[in-house]
Design a protein around this ligand. Structure first.
Ligand code: FAD
Length: 403
Protein backbone atom coordinates (compact mmCIF):
# COMPACT_ATOMS: atom_id res chain seq x y z
CA UNK A 1 0.00 0.00 0.00
CA UNK A 2 2.82 2.36 -0.81
CA UNK A 3 0.88 4.97 -2.70
CA UNK A 4 -2.40 4.79 -0.89
CA UNK A 5 -2.42 8.54 -0.28
CA UNK A 6 -2.62 9.15 -4.05
CA UNK A 7 -6.17 7.89 -4.19
CA UNK A 8 -9.04 10.10 -3.07
CA UNK A 9 -11.70 9.36 -0.47
CA UNK A 10 -15.30 10.15 -1.42
CA UNK A 11 -17.32 12.14 1.12
CA UNK A 12 -21.07 12.35 0.60
CA UNK A 13 -22.46 15.52 2.22
CA UNK A 14 -20.88 18.96 2.60
CA UNK A 15 -22.31 19.92 5.99
CA UNK A 16 -20.19 20.55 9.06
CA UNK A 17 -19.33 16.84 9.34
CA UNK A 18 -18.43 16.28 5.70
CA UNK A 19 -16.24 19.38 5.38
CA UNK A 20 -14.46 18.63 8.66
CA UNK A 21 -13.79 15.09 7.46
CA UNK A 22 -12.25 16.47 4.26
CA UNK A 23 -10.01 18.78 6.32
CA UNK A 24 -9.01 16.12 8.83
CA UNK A 25 -7.96 13.83 5.95
CA UNK A 26 -6.21 16.71 4.20
CA UNK A 27 -4.16 17.49 7.31
CA UNK A 28 -2.82 13.92 6.98
CA UNK A 29 -2.08 14.33 3.27
CA UNK A 30 -5.11 12.36 2.07
CA UNK A 31 -7.10 13.77 -0.88
CA UNK A 32 -10.89 13.77 -0.96
CA UNK A 33 -13.85 14.60 -3.12
CA UNK A 34 -16.88 16.11 -1.31
CA UNK A 35 -20.19 15.53 -3.10
CA UNK A 36 -23.10 17.74 -1.98
CA UNK A 37 -26.69 17.53 -3.22
CA UNK A 38 -27.61 21.18 -2.60
CA UNK A 39 -26.92 23.79 -5.25
CA UNK A 40 -24.50 25.55 -2.89
CA UNK A 41 -22.37 24.62 0.10
CA UNK A 42 -24.13 26.46 2.88
CA UNK A 43 -25.64 26.26 6.37
CA UNK A 44 -28.88 27.60 7.78
CA UNK A 45 -29.15 30.96 9.55
CA UNK A 46 -29.05 29.95 13.21
CA UNK A 47 -26.59 29.64 16.06
CA UNK A 48 -24.57 26.72 17.25
CA UNK A 49 -22.87 26.08 20.57
CA UNK A 50 -19.38 24.62 20.72
CA UNK A 51 -18.21 23.01 23.94
CA UNK A 52 -14.53 22.84 24.95
CA UNK A 53 -14.43 19.29 23.57
CA UNK A 54 -14.84 20.72 20.07
CA UNK A 55 -11.87 23.05 20.60
CA UNK A 56 -9.58 20.07 21.20
CA UNK A 57 -10.47 19.06 17.64
CA UNK A 58 -10.24 22.58 16.16
CA UNK A 59 -6.76 22.71 17.66
CA UNK A 60 -5.82 19.53 15.81
CA UNK A 61 -7.14 21.06 12.58
CA UNK A 62 -5.43 24.43 13.09
CA UNK A 63 -8.79 26.21 13.11
CA UNK A 64 -9.00 27.72 16.60
CA UNK A 65 -8.04 31.22 15.40
CA UNK A 66 -10.55 31.62 12.53
CA UNK A 67 -13.40 30.11 14.55
CA UNK A 68 -12.59 32.22 17.62
CA UNK A 69 -12.51 35.39 15.51
CA UNK A 70 -16.20 34.87 14.66
CA UNK A 71 -17.44 33.40 17.94
CA UNK A 72 -18.95 34.89 21.07
CA UNK A 73 -17.58 33.54 24.34
CA UNK A 74 -20.45 33.67 26.82
CA UNK A 75 -19.90 34.39 30.52
CA UNK A 76 -22.35 31.83 31.87
CA UNK A 77 -24.76 29.02 31.09
CA UNK A 78 -27.95 30.10 32.86
CA UNK A 79 -31.18 28.18 33.34
CA UNK A 80 -34.34 29.99 34.43
CA UNK A 81 -37.80 28.75 35.27
CA UNK A 82 -40.09 29.58 32.34
CA UNK A 83 -43.08 30.39 34.55
CA UNK A 84 -41.57 32.34 37.44
CA UNK A 85 -38.61 33.62 35.43
CA UNK A 86 -36.39 32.88 38.43
CA UNK A 87 -32.87 31.60 38.00
CA UNK A 88 -32.54 27.85 38.67
CA UNK A 89 -28.82 27.42 38.11
CA UNK A 90 -25.80 29.12 36.59
CA UNK A 91 -22.45 27.76 35.46
CA UNK A 92 -19.70 30.31 35.10
CA UNK A 93 -17.70 29.86 31.89
CA UNK A 94 -14.87 32.10 33.09
CA UNK A 95 -11.29 31.36 34.04
CA UNK A 96 -11.96 28.34 36.26
CA UNK A 97 -14.02 26.65 33.52
CA UNK A 98 -11.40 27.35 30.87
CA UNK A 99 -8.61 26.16 33.12
CA UNK A 100 -10.40 22.95 33.97
CA UNK A 101 -11.39 22.11 30.39
CA UNK A 102 -8.39 23.79 28.70
CA UNK A 103 -10.68 25.47 26.17
CA UNK A 104 -13.63 27.89 26.17
CA UNK A 105 -17.34 27.49 25.49
CA UNK A 106 -18.37 29.32 22.30
CA UNK A 107 -21.45 30.45 20.38
CA UNK A 108 -21.19 30.92 16.64
CA UNK A 109 -23.44 31.47 13.65
CA UNK A 110 -23.68 28.21 11.73
CA UNK A 111 -22.94 29.92 8.44
CA UNK A 112 -19.76 31.40 9.96
CA UNK A 113 -18.52 28.03 11.19
CA UNK A 114 -19.40 26.40 7.88
CA UNK A 115 -17.61 29.19 5.97
CA UNK A 116 -14.43 28.73 8.02
CA UNK A 117 -14.48 25.04 7.07
CA UNK A 118 -15.38 25.79 3.46
CA UNK A 119 -12.60 28.39 3.07
CA UNK A 120 -10.07 25.97 4.51
CA UNK A 121 -11.28 23.28 2.07
CA UNK A 122 -11.14 25.69 -0.88
CA UNK A 123 -7.60 26.67 0.06
CA UNK A 124 -6.42 23.10 -0.24
CA UNK A 125 -5.46 21.43 -3.47
CA UNK A 126 -6.21 18.06 -1.90
CA UNK A 127 -9.94 18.73 -1.55
CA UNK A 128 -12.43 18.86 -4.40
CA UNK A 129 -15.92 20.19 -3.80
CA UNK A 130 -18.88 19.52 -6.09
CA UNK A 131 -22.38 20.87 -5.40
CA UNK A 132 -25.67 19.92 -7.12
CA UNK A 133 -24.74 16.23 -7.06
CA UNK A 134 -27.15 13.97 -5.18
CA UNK A 135 -25.70 10.53 -4.61
CA UNK A 136 -28.22 7.87 -5.54
CA UNK A 137 -26.19 4.68 -5.90
CA UNK A 138 -23.02 3.11 -4.54
CA UNK A 139 -20.98 0.25 -6.02
CA UNK A 140 -18.37 -1.51 -3.93
CA UNK A 141 -15.42 -3.40 -5.37
CA UNK A 142 -12.46 -5.04 -3.65
CA UNK A 143 -10.20 -2.09 -4.49
CA UNK A 144 -12.54 0.91 -4.29
CA UNK A 145 -15.94 2.52 -4.42
CA UNK A 146 -17.92 4.16 -7.21
CA UNK A 147 -20.92 6.38 -6.55
CA UNK A 148 -23.47 7.56 -9.05
CA UNK A 149 -25.35 10.83 -8.74
CA UNK A 150 -28.85 11.76 -9.92
CA UNK A 151 -27.36 13.79 -12.77
CA UNK A 152 -25.62 10.65 -14.07
CA UNK A 153 -22.10 11.45 -12.88
CA UNK A 154 -19.79 8.77 -11.50
CA UNK A 155 -17.13 9.37 -8.85
CA UNK A 156 -14.49 6.84 -7.88
CA UNK A 157 -12.47 6.67 -4.68
CA UNK A 158 -10.56 4.34 -2.43
CA UNK A 159 -13.24 4.61 0.27
CA UNK A 160 -16.54 6.35 1.04
CA UNK A 161 -17.64 8.42 4.04
CA UNK A 162 -21.39 9.02 4.35
CA UNK A 163 -21.71 12.43 6.04
CA UNK A 164 -25.17 12.90 4.60
CA UNK A 165 -27.11 13.69 7.73
CA UNK A 166 -30.21 12.38 9.47
CA UNK A 167 -31.86 10.98 6.34
CA UNK A 168 -28.63 9.46 5.05
CA UNK A 169 -28.71 7.47 1.81
CA UNK A 170 -25.38 5.88 2.69
CA UNK A 171 -26.72 4.73 6.07
CA UNK A 172 -29.46 2.78 4.28
CA UNK A 173 -26.76 0.94 2.37
CA UNK A 174 -24.59 0.23 5.40
CA UNK A 175 -27.10 -0.24 8.22
CA UNK A 176 -30.40 -0.88 6.39
CA UNK A 177 -33.62 1.09 6.42
CA UNK A 178 -33.96 1.82 10.15
CA UNK A 179 -36.49 4.58 10.70
CA UNK A 180 -35.50 7.83 12.40
CA UNK A 181 -37.41 8.40 15.60
CA UNK A 182 -39.42 11.63 15.97
CA UNK A 183 -39.07 12.81 19.58
CA UNK A 184 -42.48 14.51 19.54
CA UNK A 185 -40.63 17.79 20.04
CA UNK A 186 -40.77 20.72 17.64
CA UNK A 187 -38.14 23.44 17.38
CA UNK A 188 -38.67 26.94 16.03
CA UNK A 189 -35.53 28.92 15.28
CA UNK A 190 -34.93 32.57 14.42
CA UNK A 191 -32.27 35.24 14.78
CA UNK A 192 -33.02 38.76 16.01
CA UNK A 193 -30.97 41.92 15.47
CA UNK A 194 -29.63 42.98 18.89
CA UNK A 195 -31.49 46.30 18.59
CA UNK A 196 -34.76 44.29 18.87
CA UNK A 197 -33.77 42.77 22.21
CA UNK A 198 -34.49 45.04 25.20
CA UNK A 199 -31.21 46.08 26.81
CA UNK A 200 -31.87 44.27 30.07
CA UNK A 201 -32.00 40.94 28.23
CA UNK A 202 -28.85 41.44 26.16
CA UNK A 203 -27.00 38.98 28.34
CA UNK A 204 -23.60 37.69 27.29
CA UNK A 205 -24.80 34.26 28.41
CA UNK A 206 -26.16 31.08 26.91
CA UNK A 207 -29.50 31.48 28.67
CA UNK A 208 -32.67 29.44 28.61
CA UNK A 209 -36.03 29.31 30.30
CA UNK A 210 -37.19 25.74 30.97
CA UNK A 211 -40.82 24.80 31.56
CA UNK A 212 -43.24 21.93 31.32
CA UNK A 213 -42.98 20.61 27.75
CA UNK A 214 -41.41 23.88 26.51
CA UNK A 215 -38.18 25.83 26.63
CA UNK A 216 -36.73 28.95 25.05
CA UNK A 217 -33.02 29.54 24.42
CA UNK A 218 -31.48 33.00 23.97
CA UNK A 219 -27.86 33.75 23.18
CA UNK A 220 -25.76 36.36 21.36
CA UNK A 221 -24.08 35.75 18.00
CA UNK A 222 -21.68 37.58 15.68
CA UNK A 223 -19.86 39.59 18.36
CA UNK A 224 -23.19 40.76 19.68
CA UNK A 225 -24.85 41.85 16.40
CA UNK A 226 -27.55 39.18 16.64
CA UNK A 227 -29.40 37.07 19.17
CA UNK A 228 -30.29 33.47 18.50
CA UNK A 229 -33.72 32.26 19.63
CA UNK A 230 -34.66 28.60 19.81
CA UNK A 231 -38.16 27.72 21.03
CA UNK A 232 -38.97 24.06 21.68
CA UNK A 233 -42.32 22.49 22.56
CA UNK A 234 -43.91 19.06 22.60
CA UNK A 235 -46.25 18.20 19.75
CA UNK A 236 -47.06 15.03 17.86
CA UNK A 237 -48.89 16.87 15.12
CA UNK A 238 -46.09 16.85 12.61
CA UNK A 239 -44.49 14.39 10.30
CA UNK A 240 -40.73 14.34 10.03
CA UNK A 241 -39.52 17.54 8.47
CA UNK A 242 -36.63 19.88 8.23
CA UNK A 243 -36.40 23.60 7.79
CA UNK A 244 -40.00 24.48 6.90
CA UNK A 245 -41.91 27.58 8.01
CA UNK A 246 -43.45 27.33 11.47
CA UNK A 247 -46.95 28.30 12.63
CA UNK A 248 -46.56 31.20 15.13
CA UNK A 249 -50.14 30.69 16.44
CA UNK A 250 -49.28 27.22 17.72
CA UNK A 251 -46.02 28.48 19.20
CA UNK A 252 -47.75 31.27 21.13
CA UNK A 253 -50.42 28.88 22.38
CA UNK A 254 -47.76 26.47 23.73
CA UNK A 255 -45.91 29.27 25.51
CA UNK A 256 -49.06 31.04 26.79
CA UNK A 257 -48.34 30.37 30.46
CA UNK A 258 -44.66 31.38 30.37
CA UNK A 259 -43.28 34.53 32.01
CA UNK A 260 -43.37 37.94 30.37
CA UNK A 261 -39.78 38.08 29.02
CA UNK A 262 -40.31 34.78 27.20
CA UNK A 263 -43.57 35.88 25.59
CA UNK A 264 -42.10 39.29 24.77
CA UNK A 265 -39.14 37.68 22.96
CA UNK A 266 -41.37 35.26 21.05
CA UNK A 267 -43.51 38.20 19.90
CA UNK A 268 -40.46 39.88 18.36
CA UNK A 269 -40.20 37.23 15.66
CA UNK A 270 -42.40 37.30 12.61
CA UNK A 271 -40.92 34.47 10.65
CA UNK A 272 -39.78 31.22 12.27
CA UNK A 273 -38.19 28.15 10.72
CA UNK A 274 -39.45 24.88 12.09
CA UNK A 275 -37.74 21.51 12.70
CA UNK A 276 -39.36 18.27 13.80
CA UNK A 277 -36.73 16.79 16.08
CA UNK A 278 -35.64 13.22 15.43
CA UNK A 279 -32.90 10.91 16.56
CA UNK A 280 -32.15 7.20 16.31
CA UNK A 281 -31.16 4.70 18.97
CA UNK A 282 -27.37 4.30 19.20
CA UNK A 283 -25.77 1.54 17.12
CA UNK A 284 -22.39 -0.11 17.44
CA UNK A 285 -21.54 -0.71 13.82
CA UNK A 286 -21.85 1.84 11.06
CA UNK A 287 -19.12 0.70 8.67
CA UNK A 288 -19.04 -1.94 5.96
CA UNK A 289 -15.79 -2.65 4.16
CA UNK A 290 -14.58 0.60 2.61
CA UNK A 291 -17.74 2.53 3.55
CA UNK A 292 -18.40 4.31 6.84
CA UNK A 293 -20.67 6.98 8.31
CA UNK A 294 -19.97 10.15 10.23
CA UNK A 295 -21.99 12.77 12.15
CA UNK A 296 -25.78 12.64 12.06
CA UNK A 297 -25.69 9.84 9.48
CA UNK A 298 -24.03 7.60 12.09
CA UNK A 299 -25.55 8.83 15.37
CA UNK A 300 -28.30 11.44 15.03
CA UNK A 301 -29.20 12.96 18.37
CA UNK A 302 -31.57 15.47 19.90
CA UNK A 303 -30.01 18.89 20.44
CA UNK A 304 -30.37 19.06 24.23
CA UNK A 305 -26.65 18.71 24.88
CA UNK A 306 -25.80 20.94 21.89
CA UNK A 307 -23.37 18.32 20.61
CA UNK A 308 -24.50 16.93 17.23
CA UNK A 309 -22.08 19.02 15.19
CA UNK A 310 -19.47 18.64 17.92
CA UNK A 311 -19.67 14.86 17.63
CA UNK A 312 -19.30 15.06 13.85
CA UNK A 313 -16.14 17.16 14.30
CA UNK A 314 -14.73 14.65 16.81
CA UNK A 315 -15.63 11.82 14.41
CA UNK A 316 -13.71 13.47 11.60
CA UNK A 317 -10.47 13.85 13.54
CA UNK A 318 -10.68 10.33 14.94
CA UNK A 319 -11.45 8.83 11.52
CA UNK A 320 -8.47 10.48 9.82
CA UNK A 321 -6.18 9.29 12.62
CA UNK A 322 -7.40 5.74 12.23
CA UNK A 323 -6.87 5.80 8.45
CA UNK A 324 -3.27 6.85 8.98
CA UNK A 325 -2.74 4.31 11.76
CA UNK A 326 -4.03 1.55 9.44
CA UNK A 327 -1.72 2.79 6.66
CA UNK A 328 -4.58 3.18 4.22
CA UNK A 329 -6.30 -0.14 4.96
CA UNK A 330 -9.71 1.54 4.96
CA UNK A 331 -11.77 -1.44 6.07
CA UNK A 332 -9.71 -1.94 9.20
CA UNK A 333 -9.42 1.84 9.81
CA UNK A 334 -13.21 2.23 9.67
CA UNK A 335 -13.71 -0.63 12.13
CA UNK A 336 -11.18 0.97 14.51
CA UNK A 337 -12.90 4.36 14.11
CA UNK A 338 -16.38 3.09 14.98
CA UNK A 339 -14.94 1.08 17.87
CA UNK A 340 -13.30 4.25 19.22
CA UNK A 341 -16.45 6.33 18.80
CA UNK A 342 -19.61 4.34 19.45
CA UNK A 343 -19.67 4.52 23.26
CA UNK A 344 -18.97 8.23 23.31
CA UNK A 345 -21.53 9.13 20.66
CA UNK A 346 -24.04 6.62 22.09
CA UNK A 347 -23.67 8.23 25.51
CA UNK A 348 -24.34 11.68 24.05
CA UNK A 349 -27.38 10.35 22.11
CA UNK A 350 -28.85 8.77 25.26
CA UNK A 351 -28.01 11.69 27.56
CA UNK A 352 -29.47 14.20 25.09
CA UNK A 353 -32.85 12.41 25.34
CA UNK A 354 -32.63 12.39 29.14
CA UNK A 355 -31.73 16.10 29.21
CA UNK A 356 -34.76 16.80 27.01
CA UNK A 357 -36.99 15.16 29.66
CA UNK A 358 -35.17 17.02 32.39
CA UNK A 359 -35.59 20.44 30.77
CA UNK A 360 -39.27 19.84 30.03
CA UNK A 361 -40.20 18.38 33.41
CA UNK A 362 -43.40 19.38 35.23
CA UNK A 363 -44.84 18.78 38.71
CA UNK A 364 -42.67 16.99 41.23
CA UNK A 365 -40.02 16.18 38.63
CA UNK A 366 -39.60 19.87 37.94
CA UNK A 367 -39.37 20.73 41.65
CA UNK A 368 -36.80 18.01 42.13
CA UNK A 369 -34.80 19.23 39.12
CA UNK A 370 -34.79 22.80 40.38
CA UNK A 371 -33.77 21.68 43.86
CA UNK A 372 -30.98 19.42 42.58
CA UNK A 373 -29.56 21.94 40.12
CA UNK A 374 -30.04 24.88 42.48
CA UNK A 375 -28.09 23.21 45.30
CA UNK A 376 -25.05 22.26 43.20
CA UNK A 377 -21.69 23.82 44.02
CA UNK A 378 -19.64 25.08 41.05
CA UNK A 379 -17.37 22.07 41.64
CA UNK A 380 -20.36 19.68 41.43
CA UNK A 381 -21.45 21.32 38.18
CA UNK A 382 -17.98 21.12 36.64
CA UNK A 383 -17.52 17.47 37.65
CA UNK A 384 -20.85 16.68 36.01
CA UNK A 385 -19.50 18.01 32.70
CA UNK A 386 -16.14 16.27 32.85
CA UNK A 387 -17.21 13.30 30.71
CA UNK A 388 -18.37 15.61 27.94
CA UNK A 389 -15.86 18.45 27.91
CA UNK A 390 -12.80 17.26 29.77
CA UNK A 391 -9.60 15.46 28.94
CA UNK A 392 -11.65 12.27 28.99
CA UNK A 393 -13.55 13.68 26.02
CA UNK A 394 -10.35 13.98 24.06
CA UNK A 395 -9.43 10.42 24.93
CA UNK A 396 -12.88 9.11 24.08
CA UNK A 397 -12.78 10.91 20.77
CA UNK A 398 -10.05 8.50 19.81
CA UNK A 399 -7.92 11.44 18.71
CA UNK A 400 -5.50 11.72 21.60
CA UNK A 401 -3.22 8.83 20.85
CA UNK A 402 -1.47 10.43 17.92
CA UNK A 403 -1.62 14.06 19.06
C1 FAD B 1 -32.49 22.91 16.76
C2 FAD B 1 -31.12 22.32 16.68
C3 FAD B 1 -30.08 22.89 17.42
C4 FAD B 1 -28.81 22.34 17.37
N1 FAD B 1 -27.81 22.92 18.11
C5 FAD B 1 -26.57 22.36 18.09
C6 FAD B 1 -25.52 22.95 18.88
O1 FAD B 1 -25.71 23.97 19.54
N2 FAD B 1 -24.29 22.35 18.84
C7 FAD B 1 -24.05 21.22 18.08
O2 FAD B 1 -22.90 20.72 18.10
N3 FAD B 1 -25.03 20.66 17.34
C8 FAD B 1 -26.28 21.19 17.33
N4 FAD B 1 -27.27 20.64 16.58
C9 FAD B 1 -26.98 19.43 15.79
C10 FAD B 1 -26.28 19.75 14.47
O3 FAD B 1 -27.02 20.68 13.75
C11 FAD B 1 -26.14 18.49 13.63
O4 FAD B 1 -25.75 17.40 14.43
C12 FAD B 1 -25.07 18.71 12.56
O5 FAD B 1 -25.46 19.75 11.70
C13 FAD B 1 -24.87 17.42 11.76
O6 FAD B 1 -23.92 17.66 10.75
P1 FAD B 1 -23.72 16.61 9.58
O7 FAD B 1 -22.67 17.20 8.69
O8 FAD B 1 -23.54 15.25 10.15
O9 FAD B 1 -25.12 16.56 8.83
P2 FAD B 1 -25.94 17.75 7.99
O10 FAD B 1 -25.61 19.06 8.60
O11 FAD B 1 -27.32 17.26 7.98
O12 FAD B 1 -25.26 17.67 6.58
C14 FAD B 1 -25.57 16.65 5.68
C15 FAD B 1 -25.28 17.16 4.26
O13 FAD B 1 -25.41 16.08 3.35
C16 FAD B 1 -26.12 16.50 2.22
N5 FAD B 1 -26.73 15.31 1.61
C17 FAD B 1 -27.73 14.55 2.12
N6 FAD B 1 -28.02 13.51 1.30
C18 FAD B 1 -27.17 13.61 0.24
C19 FAD B 1 -26.97 12.83 -0.94
N7 FAD B 1 -27.71 11.73 -1.20
N8 FAD B 1 -26.02 13.23 -1.82
C20 FAD B 1 -25.25 14.34 -1.58
N9 FAD B 1 -25.42 15.11 -0.47
C21 FAD B 1 -26.34 14.75 0.44
C22 FAD B 1 -27.11 17.51 2.77
O14 FAD B 1 -27.60 18.39 1.75
C23 FAD B 1 -26.26 18.23 3.82
O15 FAD B 1 -25.54 19.32 3.29
C24 FAD B 1 -28.57 21.17 16.58
C25 FAD B 1 -29.59 20.61 15.83
C26 FAD B 1 -30.86 21.17 15.88
C27 FAD B 1 -31.96 20.54 15.07
Amino acid sequence: MNNWKNEQVLIVGGGIGGLTAALALERQGIPSQVIEQAAEFKEIGAGIQLGPNVFWMLDRLGLIAPVSALAVFPNNLVMRDSITGEEVTRISLGDAFRKRFHHPYALIHRADLHNVLLDACRNSNLIRLDASQKVVDVKEAADGITVKTASGRDYRGAALIGADGLWSTIRQIVVGADQSKPAGHITYRAVLPTSDVPEKYRWQDMAFWAGEKVHLVLYPLRTGELFNLVAVFHSNRYEEGWDSFGDPAELHERFASTCEPVRMLLNKIESWRMWVLCDRPPIKEWSRGRITLLGDAAHPMLQYLAQGAGMSIEDAVCLADKVVAANGDYASAFRAYQQARYLRTGRVQIMARIYGEFYHAGGVAKELRNMMLGSRTPEDAASGMEWLYGRQAELMSGAAASS
